[in-house]
Design a binder for this molecule. Structure first.
Ligand SMILES: [Zn+2]
Length: 567
């Protein structure tokens, strides 16, 4: 109280002094106004000249949320645009091929026909009966392990193909470390496409790589010959450092991607793979003068390193932290090249699916429910069990499948009554297994309506229905419980994975950026099938009604509407 009184006494005196000073000869105080904010670039009205469609393989919404505040390069730029933090790869089979097939076609796998990375045709004459999603198995040279790469199984056109139909001057170009990523984003009519195989970027059989690909291969060869030191980690990765012994699969959690001279596989599961892919993408922009031709072009870029790293090391170690920093940096370098060339471009970045960390580490990090799948669910074990139950001979093989979940096939060469019994026995066995959340027969799914409404609220049956194709799906589809990792035994390069019907695999970020377009964030669920109609509208491209399963997202956070193609 005493102190407050003293101030009250002093205050009139202080005011008097200030007033006197103001009346005397002292100059009037200069008010320094803060500098005006830089004028925003004008909001674009004409369609862009280049669509850059980027898929970051296994970059789930959870990973984006974990690292978005750290981004300072290309990812930071995209995060200043239109941000959809909860985009859904709505279907159950969250694998790479289906996930890429939705992005630029605008349809679910049930309609694209790309229901999984591989499916089985039990009447196929070749051994194994497996068909790879991006092969032409009718070519005698094609095998499921060494496929003749083709988009023959993709049943619908891509955005680049719609553009080329509207104006053949449009170019449709795709590059990725994975053939299926390049092919599913590019589609059937691709001007140039490249993927990484045997330490090089290669293209379709019978085509000769162009100048940019040749230069990229020289750079890869140089890198392989010299090797490389381990990569520096940003300070904010320090919290992620920690060795985790995975037994036969080695130690994860502290890797820095050093390359011994002569290694090429190790390069693939490192941030250098994405940098090389983006270097080639930039080379193709220069070589083909993309974005500067008579009609708009599409450049699809599949960045696969996040997926290879997620599989090899999980997604909660130092390895993924370095990868996130390097992805951000490499994208920044790439966008700066496009800016430097003066190209008017729009960027879309999303993912084909998310992912889950290794269950051993999840168990230490408050998710003890995370476990590895029971080996009794592998196709070989199920084949043995069904044969024993039905008293069938060891040959022929009865049950086929690509892993311990998803689509299981019963041999179509069996007599009809035996086959029907085997399907019923398989559905019962899978449906009653403690780790299986739901098992559906093909006839169940064929009767189910195509799902609609928010993908967040879809039932497991809805999710499986969106992955269902009557000619390609299994006789029984099994969806594992949440946090059951479908790798029975971890091995080198394969400790963690994706593929489930749960949201850690279905939810991905979806980011759009164009110079001058006001940014906003929309947390409500949208779908990956919304991308193609959204970009078609931005390009002012008329696509026949009913061509897409998704809807156009208005990318203008203000009064404009990028879905209004009459603008
Ligand atoms: Zn993938």
């Amino acid at each position: 109280m005493r102190r407050r009184a003293a101030i009250a006494v002093l205050a009139p005196f202080a005011i008097a002094v200030l007033t006197l000073a103001g009346c005397a000869s002292a100059p009037a105080p200069v008010v320094v106004a803060p500098p005006p904010p830089p004028a925003p670039p004008p909001i674009p009205t004409a369609p862009p000249r280049l669509v850059v469609a980027i898929s970051v393989d296994q970059f789930g919404a959870d990973l984006f949320a974990q690292y978005r505040q750290r981004f300072a390069g290309g990812m930071a730029r995209l995060t200043s645009g239109a941000v959809f933090a909860s985009a859904f790869q709505s279907h159950a089979a969250t694998e790479t091929c289906p996930g890429h097939s939705t992005l630029l076609t605008g349809v679910h796998p049930a309609r694209s026909g790309i229901i999984a990375n591989s499916w089985f045709d039990t009447l196929l004459s070749r051994a194994g009966k497996k068909v790879y999603c991006a092969e032409d198995e009718s070519d005698p040279a094609s095998t499921s392990n060494d496929p003749v790469v083709s988009a023959v199984h993709l049943k619908v056109p891509t955005l680049g193909e719609w553009l080329k139909r509207a104006d053949p001057a449009s170019r449709n170009v795709a590059v990725s470390a994975k053939d299926r990523s390049a092919v599913m984003m590019g589609g059937h009519a691709i001007d140039q496409a490249y993927w990484y195989k045997g330490g090089q970027f290669v293209t379709f059989r019978g085509r000769t790589p162009g100048l940019a690909a040749a230069a990229a291969n020289v750079a890869l060869e140089d890198r392989r010959a010299k090797g490389a030191l381990g990569m520096a980690a940003p300070e904010w990765c320090a919290a992620r450092v920690g060795d985790f012994d995975m037994g036969r699969a080695g130690v994860i959690g502290a890797g820095r991607f050093a390359l011994a001279p002569g290694q090429s596989d190790a390069l693939r599961a490192s941030p250098r793979m994405d940098a090389a892919t983006l270097d080639l993408a930039a080379g193709l922009v220069d070589e083909l003068r993309l974005g500067r031709g008579a009609a708009p072009d599409v450049l699809s870029i599949g960045l696969s390193a996040t997926d290879y790293i997620g599989h090899a090391y999980g997604n909660q170690g130092l390895e993924m932290c370095i990868q996130m920093a390097e992805l951000d940096r490499a994208l920044g370098v790439f966008f700066a090249k496009l800016d430097g060339a003066g190209i008017d471009y729009v960027v879309m970045l999303t993912a084909d699916h998310g992912g889950l960390d290794a269950p051993e580490r999840l168990g230490e990090q408050a998710l003890p429910q995370a476990v590895r799948v029971d080996p009794a669910l592998t196709p070989a074990a199920l084949d043995r069990a069904i044969k024993a139950q039905l008293g069938l001979p060891a040959d022929p093989q009865v049950v086929f499948g690509d892993g311990p979940f998803g689509d299981f096939y019963v041999n179509k060469a069996l007599p009809a009554d035996v086959r029907a019994k085997a399907i019923a026995a398989l559905a019962f066995r899978l449906g009653h297994h403690a780790q299986v959340a739901a098992a559906f027969t093909a006839s169940d799914l064929a009767k189910a309506p195509l799902p609609a409404g928010s993908p967040q609220d879809w039932t497991l049956r809805d999710r499986a229905r969106a992955s269902f194709d009557p000619a390609r799906s299994g006789d029984v589809v099994a969806l594992l419980d949440r946090a059951v990792v479908p790798i029975p035994e971890p091995g080198p390069g394969f400790v963690a994975t994706h593929g489930s019907a749960w949201d850690y695999d279905r939810r991905v970020p979806l980011l759009f950026w164009r110079k001058g377009l006001p940014g906003f964030e929309q947390p409500a669920p949208v779908e990956a099938v919304d991308i193609a109609p959204t970009l078609a509208a931005v390009l002012g491209l008329a696509v026949p009604e009913g061509s897409f399963d998704g809807r156009c997202l208005d990318l203008d956070g203000g009064r404009g509407n990028t879905c209004d193609v009459r603008r």
